[in-house]
Design a protein around this ligand. Structure first.
Ligand code: ADP
Ligand code: MG
Length: 697
């Protein structure tokens, strides 16, 4: 239950005076549905006003405060002609201009013959001073109501800064002091003040310095947010670790057999990752480990060896892939190896149905099956294991924390928790990894298998498309395969598919039946068919939308062409490029772009040409685009921060991480005075899901 002290902050926006249904919708759009969301919506700019006694051209285009004498109203009957009001500032004349001004309203605000204080931007219109729509109008008695400094907020059409401020400022007087959850010495060192003060300050800038991300008020709030995030993850991590796991101890017989069956020996990097995984499996606690490795670094082999080790120790193991195609591919590469050493292996996807499915599930439940490869279909309730010991989740960023946990609950209660290994090919910058996977231990595969040739990457204007298409004939003669990826169309899969179909027709015209098509709207068996034909070589050019993004392995593929590459994220381009040059043949990647490119777009394509190091690319991507867009926030499963900015606050993140660990080491149940305050923090940032992981009792 949310603590009472926070009740009012979680009231809906429309509880505020003057905020009806229309405005609350707009506020909800930019900030969120509750009062607290208005507090998290920080200003990004500042108006600084100057008091002017007399008009002077040096003040044109600046924000000024003036005392005016209202002289004469000139209403307008024509919508295209503005309403004008002639005024005097001392002896100088000034015209106030209102578009669609309402006469009754303006006459009430600015009565003839009276003085008023106004603010706004001074303009020069053909030699006369003018002001369009003053932002404040006050009587002289009330002149102090116009502030010298005013915060400027990110807004949306139909919502003015004044309206937002009016809403936001109603909350301040109701703010309560919250018990302090931060460490006193940290506060002192960082010169932070308490929460309430920091909120008000962050909304009340008086100079540009106040917008600096390292401004104490903003830093304190950012730290609070990061601490809530890290505390929540740490609670999950500890709760997982606390659950007794099992010691998956083998005797190396099957593992050494499978090593012999593999057509290669592991790289040193694969070996050391495997060693860390093995240590976790052998230990009597639950493993919750992230295996990070660039595309093509050989995660699958590591996964296979870990699974075989689990089988050797008498348990079942499963690997879950994000797509049907990938699950099939894993199955195709793993099953023959498993068969060689006498391990049974099944595939469970959404397409397994009827009697066949019943039979597989029965074998699984009886323990007649050792390895299971599957998709989300593994989550179905009637999928139960005889004795699941190890669950591996491939390409994690499509799944969330909850799915991780759901899978790990498929084990036998009496045998303790399932060991969980999450594999991701998305090189996540260290900072992001902490916020999303802070609940896990991390292993990284730092090198690629030997013999990979660098991929020749070039950026070309889309105007060269015809000659690029014609140039493919040489590749086709040597039996090489070509991916042709069509533009990403934000928010419209229909348009995306239309573009792919058009390109398909065009290439078919050149190369006939050697061209195939695959896109997200195709039925999955047709997708598989297309992929299958591409693998077997019946199709040599595969026109695709980004469905091929994840993990598909076709050794003969050597050319990757990406249209409108400027629309893709760097991480995504890197993933796509990783699809070629896997089979020992040199690969090439053509990034087609529509000129003219902006500076950032140029810089991004240049990075792609300069490096194949996924981590370096990801760091650059973060720098150029910001965390939100990095992986496509929506589907990434990465947390979205309201105040913290991972670029400028990475220092704070590291502190928050250590702080969270220390806190729970000393006060596992958050019972101490500070612990109680920290519970409030979790609720404040809506991370209260984590409360249920507090050690009960
Ligand atoms: P990832 O899943 O990390 O992108 P994969 O596991 O699919 O990479 O491996 C990419 C390719 O490299 C596969 O064809 C695989 O057979 C091969 N491979 C993996 N490990 C090695 C190794 N140690 N030596 C040579 N080739 C390897
Ligand atoms: Mg893979």
């Amino acid at each position: 239950m949310r603590p009472e002290i926070l009740f009012s902050l979680f009231n809906p926006v429309n509880k505020l005076g003057g905020i009806g249904p229309r405005l609350s919708k707009l506020i909800e759009k930019i900030a969120g549905p509750n009062l607290i969301d208005l507090l998290w919506h920080l200003p990004t700019g500042l108006v600084t006003r100057e008091n002017l006694e007399a008009l002077s051209s040096e003040y044109v285009d600046r924000e000024v405060l003036l005392v005016i004498d209202v002289i004469k109203h000139t209403p307008s009957r024509n919508r295209r002609v503005p309403y004008r009001i002639n005024c005097l500032v001392g002896d100088d004349s000034l015209t106030l201009v209102f578009f669609n001004g309402r006469e009754d309203y303006l006459r009430r605000q600015l009565p003839d013959g009276e003085k008023r204080k106004i603010s706004g931007k001074l303009e020069d219109f053909n030699g006369t001073f003018q002001m369009t729509h003053p932002d404040h109008i006050a009587t002289l008695a009330d002149e102090s109501s116009i502030p010298l400094f005013e915060a400027v907020y990110p807004l949306t059409a139909g919502l003015t800064n004044q309206t937002f401020i009016k809403a936001n400022r109603q909350i301040f007087p109701t703010l309560q002091e919250l018990p302090e959850w931060n460490d006193k010495s940290l506060m002192k060192r960082e010169e932070w003040s308490d929460w309430k003060n920091s909120v008000v300050k962050a909304h009340s800038p008086t100079s540009e310095v106040d917008f600096d991300r390292t401004n104490p008020a903003r830093e304190r709030l950012a730290y609070d947010e990061l601490l809530a995030n890290q505390l929540a993850l740490e609670l999950v991590r500890r709760s997982m670790k606390r659950k007794p796991g099992r010691a998956l101890q083998g005797d190396d017989t099957l593992v050494s057999k499978i090593r012999k069956a593999l057509p290669f020996s592991l790289t040193a990097a694969q070996e050391s990752a495997l060693e860390e995984i093995k240590d976790d499996m052998v230990a009597p606690h639950r493993m919750l480990r992230l295996l990070q490795g660039d595309v093509g670094s050989g995660k699958t082999a590591v996964a296979l060896l870990a699974m075989v080790r689990a089988v050797e120790a008498g348990a079942q193991a499963t690997i879950m892939a994000p797509t049907e195609i990938l699950a099939r591919q894993h199955f195709a590469s793993i099953e023959p190896l498993a068969a060689k050493i006498g391990i049974s292996c099944v595939l469970i996807t959404g397409r397994l149905k009827g009697k066949k499915r019943d039979a597989v599930l029965t074998d699984l439940a009886n323990g007649d099956v050792n390895l299971v490869i599957g998709t989300h279909a593994l989550f179905q309730e009637d999928v139960s294991f005889f004795d699941l010991g190890l669950a591996i989740i491939d390409e994690q960023h499509r799944f969330g924390v909850h799915q991780r946990l759901a899978l790990s609950d498929k084990g036998r209660k009496e045998n303790g928790g399932v060991d969980v290994l999450v594999m991701t090919a998305t090189p996540i910058p260290r900072t992001l990894a902490l916020t999303a996977y802070g609940d896990m231990d991390v292993s990284v595969i730092t090198e690629k298998p030997p013999g990979r040739k660098p991929i020749d990457t070039r950026a070309l204007s889309i105007e060269r498309l015809d000659s690029v298409a014609q140039g493919l004939s040489r590749k086709l003669e040597t039996g090489e395969r070509i991916y042709w990826v069509c533009p990403l169309v934000e928010e419209s899969e229909v348009l995306e598919v239309a573009a792919a179909e058009e390109r398909f027709e065009y290439l078919k015209h050149l190369y006939g039946d050697q061209v195939g098509l695959i896109h997200g709207r195709m039925k999955s068996d047709l997708k598989d068919q297309a992929m299958q034909s591409f693998m077997s070589g019946d199709i040599k050019i595969l026109v695709a939308t980004t469905v091929i993004e994840v993990g598909v392995d076709v050794p003969e593929a050597t050319v990757m062409i990406i249209e409108h590459s400027e629309r893709f994220g760097l991480a995504q381009l890197h993933q796509l490029r990783g699809r070629v040059g896997r089979g020992g043949l040199a690969g090439s990647c053509l990034l087609l772009y529509a000129p003219p490119l902006g500076e950032t777009q140029k810089a991004r394509l240049a990075i792609m040409r300069e490096t194949e190091d996924g981590f370096q690319i990801a760091e650059e991507d973060l720098r150029l685009r910001g965390a939100g867009e990095l992986l496509g926030t929506r589907q990434s499963g990465l947390p979205v921060f309201r105040i913290a900015d991972l670029q400028s606050h990475s220092r704070l993140l590291a502190i928050a991480r250590d702080d969270a660990r220390l806190i729970l080491e000393k006060d596992e149940r958050l019972h101490s005075e500070r612990g109680q305050a920290l519970r409030i923090l979790l609720y404040l940032f809506e991370r209260d899901n984590a409360i249920k992981y507090l050690k009960s009792g």
